[in-house]
Design a protein around this ligand. Structure first.
Ligand code: RIB
Ligand code: CA
Length: 318
């Protein structure tokens, strides 16, 4: 049986690759995407998610729009363009044709709460954006966390930050939401921080191979990832020349191929106060704190396996 999942995104270039992987992999059943403010304002995330799904022939998958701002910091410099070069990684509109359909009428938060309230099969929730929608669902339904059998989060960092020296964007984008999520008691949480996603870079050569597939997904992935490589080469050069992490897609890849990452079960909490550390995931790798381990954290990833998974999946037509 295919694994059911819902993908919470701020589409974005790497989110778009995650959406295509989730929508096209034969072992997965992508029930819906929910969008949230993050890389770019939420209305653009919604348009891009609809466009990408239509582009690969999966216009049957609904998109629900979520929060347009963090749950607490309404004045937070939220669109990533206000921080480092991040605005350059994620254009407002992705280079695929406009969508022919609309988002769903229900909000993402209503959809998440109702879907998990009524679920009879297990549905994995994969969150690859600021966690505002999840925090709002927790606030709306006290049993929400208990109803989600498995949560996979791309976010955080131990040795690495990207939007500040100490914080990764998805957590930094809504620190209070992230703190709520990690304290909410989800029964099974897997976190893929930058420490893992940067161990699985996708190169310019991989992009050429994806483009050569000649499929809508292969060519779109090559364009989205190729754009990221250009920006990285200009602003945040990577150890592997002409490469980029494709953070969000690795979180989906883990679902179909758990061996792509290696994890440790530790306690994770989120800093919401310090001016230098707000949005930092405090990952207690050495067990120095009093927190009970609440998360399986990936600190390494299989780069070759990840690239091969993308190429294999994007070779198939929808
Ligand atoms: O830090 C990486 C994360 O920030 C990814 O989810 C990317 O899409 C951006 O949202
Ligand atoms: Ca994202």
């Amino acid at each position: 049986m295919r694994r059911k999942l819902i993908l919470d995104v701020d589409t974005g270039t790497d989110d778009a690759v995650a959406v295509m992987l989730a929508a096209l992999h034969p072992a997965l059943e992508l029930l819906a995407c929910t969008t949230v403010n993050g890389n770019i304002p939420v209305e653009y995330c919604t348009e891009n998610t609809l466009r990408v799904l239509d582009h690969i022939g999966r216009g049957d998958i609904p998109v629900y729009e979520g929060l347009a701002h963090p749950i607490a910091r309404l004045d937070f410099p939220v669109p990533r363009r206000q921080s480092d070069h991040a605005g350059k990684y994620h254009p407002d509109i992705l280079p695929v044709p406009p969508t022919k359909r609309r988002k769903q009428d229900a909000s993402a938060v209503e959809f998440l709460v109702e879907t998990y309230r009524k679920a009879t099969d297990p549905i994995v929730l994969v969150a690859v954006a600021p966690l505002s929608n999840l925090a709002a669902a927790i606030a709306l339904d006290a049993k929400f966390a208990a109803r989600v059998p498995e949560l996979v989060v791309m976010g955080g960092g131990h040795a690495l930050g990207n939007v500040t020296p100490s914080a990764e964007f998805n957590i930094w984008g809504d620190p209070e939401a992230a703190a709520m999520v990690f304290a909410a008691g989800f029964p099974k949480v897997t976190l893929l921080p930058l420490d893992a996603t940067h161990r699985a870079p996708i190169t310019r050569e991989h992009c050429a191979a994806m483009d050569a597939l000649g499929t809508p997904a292969g060519q779109a992935a090559a364009a989205f990832i190729g754009h990221r490589i250009v920006v990285h080469d200009q602003h945040q050069r990577q150890p592997v020349p002409h490469s980029t992490p494709v953070h969000d897609a690795l979180a989906v890849g883990f679902l179909v191929q758990p061996s792509l990452i290696s994890t440790q079960r530790v306690h994770v909490a989120v800093e919401t106060q310090g001016p230098l550390t707000v949005g930092r995931t405090v990952i207690d790798l050495l067990g120095r704190g009093s927190g009970v381990p609440n998360c399986d954290v990936a600190m390494d990833a299989d780069a070759a396996g990840f690239a091969e998974l993308l190429l294999r999946t994007f070779a198939a037509k929808a």
